[in-house]
Design a protein around this ligand. Structure first.
Ligand code: SAM
Length: 288
């Protein structure tokens, strides 16, 4: 008699709540000096990978995260030329930012080369531009050190596409890191960061900690939301910080629309709405 395979991937959201996906296959597993990496295959979400037991991206919903991390700053300043990506080893943020013809140079700083190499093998949907676009330069080192060693005013945009502030990602949520980001951004530079989630207490705590540090380093520090089916609670945030630009009042929507970049989640109406936060989220951020 055939045995029926019934394997489930489960991620803890709170002590008594979990998010689970039935898996068809556990494709690959490796422990690197930085983290535990696992790749899975599923019917509903296609292939996905986890770092230290947390979902990073799935083939089906990655477009939401990667459009929102790139299109929002590009609509505020469509003249962005020099970009720094910290983390982002799956390649999705680099794929998306390189769709803009005005972007001249992207430095991508990923601490764990194995994430990149494995995503090239198992998730070419996001890693397709790595080693494939001469504007993109890879650096395999710690993002915290990289920003420390970078020159003042060298970037128009920094995308912090990091893991949560546990393990190697911890340094990317510190005052020292945000301070250096401000220093190495041009006067009209923009910082976008993975800003955690407001709903479950452990994530909300990190959201508040990040916000309090970013707002002490930048005159404009706001937060925008998006709906990510495979992230804890499905409600996730990016931070938008700048020395000069307000993300709505200074947005240049006509110019963004002139790029004629086809998106599945982002549009310029949603851009405005994404900054309209639920009252409980505003309250938590105000009290951070
Ligand atoms: N979209 C994902 C999410 O929020 O779940 C994150 C994308 S990406 C896979 C995160 C990457 O950040 C990982 O590949 C990890 O190796 C990298 N990373 C963590 N700490 C880092 C550091 N200090 N410097 C550079 N990269 C780092």
């Amino acid at each position: 008699m055939n045995e029926i395979l019934d394997l489930w991937y489960s991620e803890s959201l709170a002590e008594d709540a979990k998010f689970s996906i039935r898996i068809k296959e556990h494709i690959y597993s490796e422990k690197t000096p930085f983290q535990q990496i696992d790749f899975f295959n599923t019917d509903t979400f296609g292939k996905f990978f986890t770092l230290d037991g947390l979902i990073m991206i799935t083939e089906k919903d990655e477009f939401i995260y990667h459009e929102m991390i790139t299109a929002v700053p590009m609509a505020v300043n469509p003249n962005i030329k020099n970009v720094l990506i910290i983390g982002g080893g799956d390649g999705g943020a680099s794929r998306e930012i390189l769709r803009y013809p005005t972007v001249e140079k992207v430095d991508m700083v990923e601490i764990d080369e194995r994430v990149v190499r494995l995503c090239q093998k198992y998730l070419p949907i996001t890693a397709c531009k790595i080693d494939n676009d001469e504007r993109l330069k890879m650096h395999f080192e710690d993002g915290l050190q990289f920003v420390k060693n970078s020159k003042e005013g060298s970037y128009d945009l920094i995308l912090v596409d990091s893991t949560d502030p546990i393990g190697p990602g911890e340094g990317l949520f510190t005052n020292e890191f945000y301070n250096n980001c401000r220093r190495i951004l041009s006067d009209d530079g923009i910082l976008i960061n993975q800003h955690e989630s407001p709903y479950y207490p452990s994530y909300c705590k990190e959201m508040k900690r990040a916000h309090s540090k970013i707002k002490s380093n930048f005159p404009i520090a706001m937060v925008y939301q998006f709906h990510m089916p495979t992230y804890a609670s499905g409600h996730w945030l990016f931070g938008f910080a700048s020395k000069k630009y307000h993300p709505i009042n200074d947005a240049k929507f006509e110019k963004w629309n002139d790029f004629k970049i086809k998106t599945r989640y982002y549009n310029t109406d949603l851009h405005v709405g994404a900054f309209m936060l639920p009252s409980y989220v505003k309250e938590e951020l105000d009290n951070s």
